[in-house]
Design a protein around this ligand. Structure first.
Ligand code: SF4
Length: 309
């Protein structure tokens, strides 16, 4: 049975008026299109540590190795410890979430390129918000993104896919880790992984072949890192075409010469950017209905979230 993943989200992105100036940063994409896919767990770390609304803004000071979150006008007001402790506690509480969407540029929530000041007005470098860092350090496998980046179709597709896969892995762990379930998980994600990273696909296949030689919990930890890291790599038209040709190969005994040529032309047209990914996939699904294959039916690659890639 499909369950809806829980996703952590910066509260201001949902329209909650929790920003320092009493405003929000509502993102329609998050509250409309993506809301069907997730159950959100909103968190505003600055409100949670008692800063209130309205409040004096904070920013990061220091260097790339160590930062402090301080009041923009009075650096002696320092909330670093509160943010870090809250982040560590929240990371433990949120062990059930399958992803996180953070607000960009925030000294608490930002993931990338958050400004770090070495004087009140001079930006020395950039880093990560202090709260976001605690969440990621506690669970490096958790799929995370910023609200700005998920406006991009490709990045959003990649993020949604990683959340789905990680959610399935969490369900597998919750239902009791066993070798049969891990092998089945691997089998169903093979083509998806191949579309992102052939090296991860091959290495995970080698691991699965030797699964009996591992302690299962040790195996699971190493295996899922390989899968989640592989899925971060972009699935390019060239890699997708490789997978589509693999799948088309399953019908080589059923299709006649003309059908095979048509299939090949459509995959080539997709690779050259003339038609979207969904066109060859729709044709493959048509053949799958005519010539059923349980192995292909169960491939998540054929049912994944698909923008026009
Ligand atoms: S960015 Fe984070 S800390 Fe700032 S208002 Fe939004 S949720 Fe709160």
């Amino acid at each position: 049975m499909k369950t809806i993943p829980y996703i952590g989200v910066s509260s201001c992105l949902l329209g909650q008026k929790v920003r320092f100036d009493g405003n929000h940063k509502h993102q329609k994409l998050i509250t409309e299109e993506l809301a069907e896919k997730f159950t959100y767990v909103p968190v505003c770390p600055e409100m949670a540590i008692g800063l209130g609304v309205p409040r004096a803004p904070i920013h990061l000071t220091g260097d790339q190795h160590e930062q402090r979150a301080v009041n923009v006008k009075d650096a002696s007001i320092d909330v670093t410890q509160q943010l870090v402790e809250f982040g560590k506690r929240k990371a433990r509480e949120l062990d059930f979430i399958s992803g996180y969407i953070f607000k960009k540029n925030s000294p608490s929530c930002g993931l990338y390129n958050v400004k770090i000041y070495n004087t009140p007005s001079n930006v020395l470098s950039s880093g990560m918000g202090l709260y976001a860092r605690q969440i990621i350090e506690a669970n490096p496998l958790l799929p995370v993104e910023e609200e700005g980046r998920i406006q991009d179709t490709q990045l959003r597709a990649n993020y949604l896919q990683r959340v789905e896969v990680y959610h399935r892995w969490q369900r597998l762990l919750n239902s009791g880790l066993n070798r049969k379930a891990v092998i089945d998980f691997h089998t169903r994600h093979k083509f998806m992984l191949l579309a992102h990273c052939e090296a991860s696909y091959r290495e995970s296949g080698r691991m699965i072949a030797r699964i009996g030689g591992y302690a299962l919990s040790e195996f699971a930890q190493q295996y899922i890192v390989l899968v989640m890291e592989g899925l971060k790599k972009p699935a390019t038209p060239g890699k997708h075409s490789n997978v589509l040709e693999h799948i088309a190969g399953f019908f080589k005994h059923q299709l006649d010469t003309n059908d095979k040529a048509e299939m090949q032309n459509i995959i080539t047209s997709y690779r050259l950017g003339r038609i979207p990914w969904i066109v060859p996939v729709t044709l493959l699904k048509h053949y799958l209905r005519k010539f059923p294959s349980t192995y292909l039916y169960r491939q998540y690659y054929l049912s994944q979230y698909h923008p026009d890639i």
